[in-house]
Design a protein around this ligand. Structure first.
Ligand SMILES: [Zn+2]
Length: 395
């Protein structure tokens, strides 16, 4: 099935194949992973899977070339975002070409890169590589970059440390060397209900929540003042958001519950723990005592929804050097979205984000990738394979 002399059309065909698996994050990705693992096995490349606890999803790790040394990791997630309540012109899970654009869920984000890497595996396998090329295909990226954590742990514990990882999120084949981190919470205020004519007999959860939300705005103002304008991030400071709030049951009943979702997108070097500790401290000292004075059962609780460290720019990293050398760009950009690059950087594996397609297409109805982008990625993988055959390290 895998062509040892892959053409761009082979990459496109592989993309159509991958798109046909409905790997929305809440579904299993095993059918896709098994299909990839079987095709790799046919060309003599062994896959190593790390499963989630329930055994319903898996990451795939495969090494092409010498296994006694670390190489270049081609990393991509296999899960995609949902299509519910989106108006698609064609079936999101049947790739369709219209005017040089390939439509389908995940074409840009990011089965495009995964398909190109997969389609090139047989060529890599028949080439006498000095630097191995690893495939790292993950699950649950779209829900906080959590699936890949086990893969990274497994690789760190059991294999030589890779030289560099290319995370193929859609950057229009431009080098991205940094992004912000993200942490978010759902906070629930429990008050005490009562008739709104007697406010002192209840504890108004909405009023309490409003004080916390106002405090979040104060924190934001403070962080904005500390902006490092040279950081290259947009905006150049840690941002605080609160995008969801629900509470109360009727206009004349003191609301007993109010919950809201909030979070931080932190620039590298920010002490996120300290910011969160300050917010929690405000809640414990300024908000909770008033609630608890009415009832000891009243109070505020938090559930952390996600936590992704920032991907800190490192202009001297081997991953950046390799990409700059290969594609002749001498600058790297910053992006506003989170990626698995920070999970690799966390354990000391140098990373860049670099892949076909545009992030503007991600997560929207009629997601597409331009065929021209697949051609560029195809050419890049040919170059990378040649590079890995003629170098034994990143110069
Ligand atoms: Zn993505």
């Amino acid at each position: 099935m895998l062509n040892a002399n892959p053409t761009a059309q082979d990459c496109i065909d592989a993309l159509g194949h991958l798109v046909s698996f409905d790997t929305v994050s809440h579904n299993s990705n095993l059918a896709l992973i098994e299909s990839v693992a079987n095709a790799l096995s046919d060309i003599g490349v062994e896959s190593r899977l790390t499963h989630n606890e329930e055994g319903t999803k898996a990451n795939l790790w495969a090494t092409i070339g010498p296994a006694d040394r670390g190489g270049i990791v081609l990393s991509g997630h296999t899960d995609v975002v949902p299509v519910e309540n989106q108006d698609w012109s064609s079936d999101p899970f049947v790739m369709e070409e219209r005017d040089g654009l390939l439509y389908g869920r995940g074409t840009s984000d990011m089965k495009g890169f995964v398909a190109c890497a997969f389609a090139h595996a047989a060529q890599m396998a028949k080439t006498d590589l000095k630097v191995p090329i690893h495939l790292a295909f993950s699950y649950d990226e779209e829900v906080g970059c959590t699936g890949v954590i086990d893969l990274v742990e497994d690789v760190s514990a059991n294999f030589p440390k890779p030289l560099a990882v290319i995370v193929g999120e859609p950057t229009m084949m431009q080098i991205v060397g940094g992004h912000k981190g993200g942490r978010s919470y759902t906070t629930t205020v429990r008050g005490v209900d009562g008739h709104s004519s007697a406010p002192d007999l209840g504890a108004n959860a909405i009023f309490a929540a409003a004080r916390i939300v106002s405090y979040l705005q104060e924190v934001q103002a403070r962080l904005k003042e500390q902006a490092d304008r040279e950081s290259g991030f947009s905006p150049p400071y840690t941002t605080v958001d609160c995008g969801l709030i629900t509470g109360g049951t009727a206009f004349n009943i003191i609301p007993a519950e109010c919950s809201f979702g909030w979070g931080l997108r932190s620039v590298p070097g920010e002490d996120t723990d300290a910011i969160v500790a300050d917010i929690f401290n405000f809640i414990e000292t300024q908000v909770e005592p008033g609630l608890k004075a009415i009832s000891p059962q009243a109070g505020v609780s938090h559930v952390q929804r996600n936590d992704l460290p920032p991907f800190a720019p490192d202009e001297s990293s081997p991953a950046e050097s390799l990409l700059r050398h290969m594609i002749g760009q001498n600058r790297s950009g910053r992006v506003a979205y989170g990626t698995e690059a920070s999970r690799f950087q966390e354990v000391g594996i140098p990373a860049v984000v670099f892949g076909p397609g545009s992030i503007e297409q991600a997560h929207i109805p009629d997601e597409f990738i331009a065929i021209e982008q697949i051609h560029k990625c195809h050419d890049f993988l040919n170059d990378l394979t040649r590079w890995a055959a003629s170098h034994d390290r990143i110069a």
